[in-house]
Design a protein around this ligand. Structure first.
Ligand code: GLA
Length: 677
């Protein structure tokens, strides 16, 4: 944790608890009730001003800070710290009315229009000028207000814009990247279809973004869009920092968000922060949440992160929005903390009466303090306070999984592939889920991460990997690591050009085989597969026409044109080992093979024998470890036996090795630091 975050943790006395607070929607009398109820709920942090630009600057250059002064003072008097947002995610109507060119032009060629939020082109100099203006005013006024504990820059950076200003900025970005047009033409393979550029001015954003489009241009446009948004963040961050340097500055990210490369953003923030709304209708939404939490812990190399937004109960954005049944909000909150969140924050404090999200649940619902939700919020506030000793601790893993935005874009955004229906997220989750079920701790890595701490690296459908990443992965195996890789990995370079000398150009030596052709399966094709040990499996969707070199077949096809050829390959390389899936196996066979490879790599298996519905995670600091056991089953009680007991921070009770967990129940056991379970 950096010193700014340490100061924040110290200030809130452990974990942050609270949420978005929008007092501009309410009368001053309500503010007083809010502070009283916040105190009752144990709230120590309020995120203020997220969409308040129009209330702070109702006309250009005319400011109304009186209401915010009063709210800041009230919160401070109530002992509640403020996470103060720059309101730049919602430009006021006067701005887009004065300067309609600020509206982002969307993929369909139409301007976004007014009435939602995020109505800005991040490359627009006018937007940036006005955003800098309101940010400066806020920083001038509140940098030294005693309530200020954190800056929250804008909100969920997002728009992809196809404006003229974006083209100008895109050209600038390309000039910085390639230096001269010759290099760009080479990188983009513009001799194909005669697309050679002779002047920078000829280059535009891929407007009218048809799927038939130069794939390197599309890819660079994705990278550029992420960077253009990041420029907006950095500009505002630097303004608030110029006033005061000891307050953490963050922004909030979204779950599986494709338009911003969080690996590039994370170093620019004091902590990464996540907004997440697991859908209670999806039975495995807590597993994908767990992956997100592991990703967020990993983005800054194992530092605790912030759960910036979640819902207390139902959301309002899906077709059917079901409530979180009693106990689910608590369990979901503890799950985030178990994977190193140092906060439990919500959108939002008080439910709005109108506006698009009038049915989005809140800490304080429409039905008021005498409600199931508020009672659960008060109880959770007490527990979050009891978890203060956990703050600052983190987790380590011996297994890493590659999650890379460039690979994601290459696979899903550039088209013209043997199959154009890949889902990168599905593929990542296919690899992550068996590890989660078996309670293996997992870190998430980028192509630039150090792989030295790991025994096992999983590489799901990594179609595009840059040369550095390839070198790092190759070295990892040479030095003794185990790689578990799935098909269509290591195919193209960072410019989306097929690597030469046979597929998979980057990893032919690693997998010990050459692939002649990629065979997309027909919709109804199912192939029978047999493993060396006699296990049988089925394969669908994809087959590599693979020719073994140094590799050996772990499993072969029993039928089809590829009968007797390898479906799963194992290869020794240097002191390491690679297991390569050349097809899509049925889930059970895939999971078994993956877990066998993990086990033979010698990865420690904590919580062996604990059923999958009891999630197990450990956070550690120098003195203690905190064992989280979370029963996701709403009906079944389960007993878990640990090798050593400790104190359950939630109940305050001393617990021994046998822990009884009721349905949806949880314990957080603090015990002295010791070797893994
Ligand atoms: C996002 C936003 C919030 C709110 C929630 C609703 O996370 O940041 O303002 O709209 O979604 O789910």
């Amino acid at each position: 944790m950096n010193s700014r975050m340490e100061a924040f943790t110290h200030r809130v006395g452990g974990l942050a608890y609270g949420g978005d607070y929008n007092p501009e929607q309410w009368d001053p009398a309500v503010w007083r009730e809010d502070v009283r109820l916040m105190r009752e709920a144990g709230v120590n942090t309020a995120t203020l001003g997220v969409f308040a630009w129009a209330s702070l600057e109702p006309e250009p250059g005319k400011y109304e800070f009186g209401w915010m002064d009063e709210v800041m003072d009230l919160l401070h008097a109530g002992g509640i710290s403020v996470n103060l947002a720059t309101p730049t995610a919602a430009p006021p109507v006067w701005l887009t009315h004065l300067h309609p060119e600020v509206f982002p032009i969307m993929a369909d060629g139409q301007p976004f229009g007014f009435g939602n939020r995020l109505q800005y082109d991040p490359s627009s100099p006018i937007y940036r000028e006005y955003a800098a203006g309101i940010t400066t005013k806020l920083a001038e006024r509140y940098s030294f207000h005693p309530a200020l504990a954190m800056w929250h820059i804008s909100n969920e950076y997002g728009p992809t814009a196809y404006n003229e200003a974006s083209s100008v900025n895109f050209r600038r970005w390309l000039q910085r990247k390639y230096g001269d047009l010759g290099s760009l033409n080479e990188a983009w393979t513009t001799r194909f279809w005669g697309q050679i550029y002779t002047d920078w001015e000829q280059i535009e954003v891929p407007n009218i973004p048809r799927t038939w489009m130069n794939p390197a241009r599309r890819l660079d446009f994705k990278r550029f869009t992420s960077d253009a948004l990041l420029e907006c963040y950095i500009a505002e961050r630097d303004i608030v920092r110029s006033f005061r340097d000891d307050v953490p500055v963050v922004t909030n990210f979204m779950r599986f968000y494709r338009n911003a490369d969080y690996w590039k953003w994370a170093p620019e923030e004091d902590a990464v922060a996540l907004d997440i709304y697991p859908n209670p209708l999806e039975s495995d939404s807590h597993v994908s949440a767990a992956f997100q939490y592991d990703l967020f812990r990993s983005l800054k190399g194992g530092q605790p992160w912030l759960l910036m937004e979640q819902s207390s109960s139902a959301v309002s954005q899906w077709k059917v929005n079901v409530v979180k049944e009693p106990g689910r909000m608590r369990l979901g909150s503890l799950q985030a903390v178990s994977r190193a969140a140092d906060s439990v924050l919500f959108f939002q404090w008080r439910a709005s009466r109108g506006g698009h999200e009038r049915f989005h649940s809140a800490m304080l619902p429409h039905s008021g303090a005498d409600s199931r939700t508020f009672r659960e919020i008060v109880d959770l506030g007490r527990e979050v306070k009891a978890l203060a000793p956990v703050a600052g601790s983190t987790a380590q893993a011996e297994i890493a999984i590659l999650f890379d935005w460039n690979g994601w874009w290459g696979l899903e955004e550039t088209f013209g592939l043997p199959r154009n229906d890949f889902s990168y997220v599905e593929s990542v989750m296919r690899n992550y889920t068996p590890l989660w079920k078996a309670h293996y701790p997992v870190d998430v890595v980028s192509t630039a991460s150090s792989l030295a701490p790991y025994k096992v690296l999983l590489i799901p459908n990594a179609y595009l990997i840059d040369d550095d990443g390839v070198a790092r992965i190759t070295e990892f195996v040479r030095a003794g690591g185990t790689v578990i890789m799935s098909f269509f990995s290591g195919v193209v370079d960072e410019f989306n050009r097929v690597r030469p000398d046979g597929y998979p150009g980057a990893f032919r030596e690693l997998i010990g085989a050459k692939i002649d052709e990629y065979w997309a399966a027909r919709p109804d094709e199912v192939f029978n597969v047999e493993f060396g040990d006699g296990r049988t499996a089925t394969a669908t969707w994809w087959r590599d026409d693979i020719h073994l070199e140094t590799g050996t077949a772990l499993a072969t096809y029993r039928d089809g044109i590829l009968k007797d050829r390898a479906a799963v390959v194992a290869n020794r390389y240097g002191s390491g080992r690679v297991v390569y899936f050349a097809t899509l196996l049925d889930e059970e066979s895939f999971d078994t093979t993956l877990l066998q490879a993990v086990e033979s790599a010698g990865a420690a298996k904590p919580f062996d024998g604990v059923p999958a519905h009891v999630e197990c995670a450990v956070r550690r600091n120098d003195d203690h470890e905190f064992v989280f056991l979370l029963n996701h089953d709403a009906e079944v009680s389960t007993t878990v036996t640990l090798s050593a007991g400790g104190t359950d921070l939630l109940s305050g009770r001393t617990v021994s090795g046998d822990i009884e967990l009721g349905p949806l129940d949880a314990v957080v056991i603090q015990r002295p630091a010791r070797p893994a379970e």
